[in-house]
Write a protein that binds this ligand. Structure first.
Ligand code: HEM
Length: 495
């Protein structure tokens, strides 16, 4: 009995020593210098749960806020099984963004990498070639030249269609309805896909093409019940649907032009062997995902903010009414022209301010490929660096009264705020190529909304950061076309 007890004590001792050693090693990772301050949390779990603690406003999520207060603008942590250095230092961010391929490389953490994976490639095809193909494709079809020459009319037509439908409903949940509008628009541009919008299931769209931002920092556990499992299953369904569209197009009358992006890709498939069906369908999927959730969320936030800020809404409306009046003077009943779009100055301030507060991209992630020295600290090679646009956008030294929705601030900030302090669309070699397109879609949407419609809030509009921006109860509105609004207004006044 006594012997058993000694053996048990011995095991217990070894176990405690083992655990202590593990905890010590975890908390003091190897580094050829001094690591930035911060905590690595518990072995394996790190500070993942703290990272995801909700914030109930547009303000910085609690984990980030506390970390910055305690350790400053650069601190270490561990999230989703990886060592991470979080940066809110504009100078360091700018430096890192411009070091792609030299000191850092693009890195989406383990979970997101699985969902952005574009399948198997011949070993002769480099990752750079694949990225280059995607970037060129997006630039050609969503870049500034195409916007000017081609995209204004289809965007306007789609927004008008959807807003008209909204106005026939008793209540509209803004974000879900926007998800289906942006899906519809992107599907039209990608593969000329006409959906019957009255039939389109909003929740189906949101299920298949959204929630990818959520899995950015989750554990790479692909088992039933996890976020990653759901995301991969949804991706599989969506990619299969897109492969079906590709096959159908190939079977259809050869050489018939549809004028969409799929035509272009099918043409490229004849010359480029790496363009497999799987790659093409996954690329379409990536473009749909890049469009749907970020654009819908940004516009939804703009509507919430405008509803809460009547003076901003009034100035916005004045700008757009002036465009309509000038059309009347010139006797034109045209659709929105490029010059009109370019004249929407206050609108561009509203859009910048919405993007600044929305912080759609919570973190811009890179992996250090060499040890990086910064302010006396060393970020070891292999570590993840997370640039947090939210922390820059809500820094009171850069944006006065940062939580206020104040589009007028952009009048004075101008382009000086653009490169280091405005990170909504990333920067450097990895900068977003859909940025101009997103701005245009938002401007057209706001133009049609404020000149043709009036709306009133029914319920919702609460905002949380998980750290991704979300509207937990949705934002429900009743929207009227101007003519019927005037009647409704009269009825209310006469009462
Ligand atoms: C509100 C909407 C959007 C936001 C906030 C946004 C944000 C970003 C950010 C922050 C990056 C840099 C990512 C990184 O460095 O890791 C990026 C890259 C990119 N985005 Fe967007 N984006 C938006 C919409 C779009 C749209 C609509 C498209 C396509 C039409 C698009 C296409 C791209 C592409 C091609 C890249 C470069 C990817 C690469 O080089 O690997 N984005 N975006």
């Amino acid at each position: 009995m006594g012997e058993m007890f000694s053996i048990w004590l011995c095991f217990e001792g070894l176990f405690i020593i083992g655990i202590t050693h593990l905890v010590y090693k975890w908390r003091n990772p190897k580094c050829r210098g001094r690591l930035p301050p911060g905590s690595m949390g518990m072995p394996l779990i790190g500070e993942t749960f703290q990272f995801f603690t909700h914030g109930n406003s547009l303000d910085l999520p609690p984990f980030l806020k506390k970390g910055m207060e305690k350790y400053g603008s650069l601190f270490k942590t561990s999230v989703a099984g990886r060592p991470v250095v979080i940066s809110s230092d504009p100078e360091f961010n700018y430096f890192i963004i411009n070091q792609e391929g030299k000191l850092v490389q693009k890195w989406y953490m383990d979970s997101l990498s699985k969902t952005t994976d574009r399948g198997e490639f011949p070993t002769t095809v480099s990752a750079d070639k694949i990225t280059k193909y995607l970037r060129n494709l997006v630039l050609k079809h969503f870049g500034p030249e195409t916007l000017k020459q081609k995209l204004l009319p289809p965007v306007e037509e789609m927004v008008r269609r959807h807003l008209r439908l909204w106005s026939t409903k008793e209540s509209v949940e803004v974000q879900l309805s926007l998800l289906s509008m942006v899906f519809d628009l992107t599907a039209k541009l990608l593969f000329n896909y006409e959906t019957d919008i009255t039939q389109l299931s909003e929740s189906y769209v949101s299920q298949l093409f959204t929630n990818f931002s959520e899995i950015m920092m989750c554990f790479p556990l692909n088992i039933p019940g996890t976020a990653l499992y759901r995301a991969l299953k949804n991706k599989e369904k969506a990619v299969n649907m897109l492969k079906g569209i590709l096959e159908e197009r190939r079977r259809a009358i050869p050489n018939r032009s549809h004028g969409d992006i799929l035509d272009h890709v099918i043409q490229d498939m004849r010359d480029e062997t790496f363009l497999s069906d799987n790659f093409v369908a996954t690329t379409m999927f990536s473009i749909l995902s890049a469009n749907i959730e970020p654009i819908a969320t940004s516009i939804a936030l703009a509507i919430i903010l405008l509803t809460d800020h009547p003076s901003v809404l009034q100035e916005l409306r004045d700008e757009h009414e002036a465009i309509i009046s000038s059309r009347r003077v010139n006797n034109t009943d045209s659709t929105i022209t490029w010059d009109e779009y370019k004249s929407m100055t206050f609108t561009s301030y509203v859009i910048n301010e919405t993007f600044r507060l929305a912080n759609i991209t919570f973190g811009i992630l890179s992996k250090a490929i060499r040890d990086i020295e910064i302010n006396g600290y060393t970020i070891p090679s292999g570590w993840t660096i997370m640039i947090v646009p939210t922390a820059v956008h809500l820094n009171p030294n850069l944006f006065e009264d940062p939580l206020a929705f104040n589009p007028w601030r952009w009048k004075d900030l101008g382009s000086t705020a653009s490169c280091k302090n405005f990170l909504t669309f990333g920067g450097g070699m990895r900068a977003c190529l859909g940025a101009d397109y997103c701005r245009m879609v938002m401007a057209i949407f706001l133009h049609i909304l404020v000149t043709n419609y009036r709306w009133t809030k029914i319920k919702g509009g609460d905002i949380i950061r998980t750290p991704i921006l979300q509207f937990p109860n949705g934002f429900h509105i009743k929207i009227w076309e101007m003519k019927s609004w005037r009647t409704t207004e009269r009825v209310f006044t006469e009462r």
